[in-house]
Design a protein around this ligand. Structure first.
Ligand code: CU
Ligand code: CU
Length: 293
């Protein structure tokens, strides 16, 4: 069960942080950063694209998060990825930016994060997949005048009924591209800019908030599927430069977007159940109202 980070207990926050630090210590964290950076560099509008700027943005990151979550659970099987609803938790001084969780913004001079478990000074979070010579985590929350999306902006994107459309890249119309943020209100890209520092680079998973941000993006895909049961992943047929429904995605080779459509095969979101219970009540009422029963 993946939960909203605002509802985590102190112990759940601590378990998540400890598992992330353990992965880093064992040398298993940085390959996620490297893989992500490689895909950001190679995904382009006029060439093959898998992780960004195209339809498989959502299934690619779903599989990427699953791989990471599996690693965390290898350390502590009680840990799941939490999600950060940035339409609600917008205060840079409050969760998830607290001392006991992800730590706060970086200092003014160089963006260095100096509080919480991922501060350079704590000696547990040295950046090895670097974008420059600096080996400390950087953030400047809300700097540069970027503002976080509102719920109304989010709902306007969830209302789009077409998953994606030609030319299937960063100038396409549709749900995927507006969620990813290249057009329209911009949801996903804008969060990377708002956090700034490493999050604004291809090496964004250096900042553990990457996982909480993408977990929410993943949940929004599931929410969209529920809102538009008649719509689905596109393109369904092989299409130049992008991954269609039943083609494998790099780097896995044996994972297709079709394999990733149903998140309930792997995990649930804390909001899935509310909807499930609602459906159950309707069925029961129907049975009781049947004159033959
Ligand atoms: Cu990405
Ligand atoms: Cu991202």
């Amino acid at each position: 069960m993946r939960k909203n980070q605002a509802t985590l207990t102190d112990a759940e926050k601590q378990d998540f942080v400890e598992a992330v630090l353990a992965l880093k210590r064992r040398g298993r964290y940085d390959r996620f950063v490297r893989t992500h950076q490689e895909f950001v560099m190679s995904d382009t509008d006029d060439g093959p694209r898998v992780a960004h700027r195209g339809p498989s943005f959502l299934p690619w990151h779903r599989r990427f998060l699953l791989d990471f979550e599996e690693e965390l659970r290898g350390i502590d099987d009680a840990v799941e990825l939490p999600y950060w609803d940035w339409t609600v938790d917008q205060d840079p001084e409050a969760a998830p930016w607290t001392e006991d969780f992800l730590g706060g913004t970086g200092r003014a001079a160089d963006g260095q994060v100096t509080t919480g478990p991922f501060a350079r000074g704590g000696g547990r979070w040295r950046i090895s997949v670097r974008v420059d010579s600096r080996d400390f985590l950087r953030r400047s929350l809300g700097a540069g005048g970027v503002r976080l999306p509102t719920r109304a902006e989010l709902d306007s994107v969830l209302a789009l009924s077409t998953y994606d459309q030609s030319p299937w890249h960063s100038r396409a119309d549709g749900f995927r591209n507006q969620l990813e943020g290249w057009r329209g209100v911009d949801l996903h890209n804008r969060i990377h800019q708002w956090v700034d520092g490493h999050m604004a680079t291809g090496a964004s998973p250096n900042d553990p908030v990457f996982w909480l941000h993408h977990c929410f993006i993943d949940k929004l895909w599931a929410d969209w599927q529920r809102l538009h049961p008649g719509s689905g992943y596109l393109p369904r047929r092989p299409t130049r430069d992008v991954v269609s429904l039943e083609e494998p995605m790099r780097p896995w080779g044996d994972v297709t977007p079709a394999d990733m459509l149903d998140h309930t095969r792997f995990y649930a979101y804390d909001t899935d159940e509310e909807e499930g219970e609602g459906a159950g009540v309707e069925t029961e009422t129907g049975a009781e109202g049947d004159p033959g029963a």
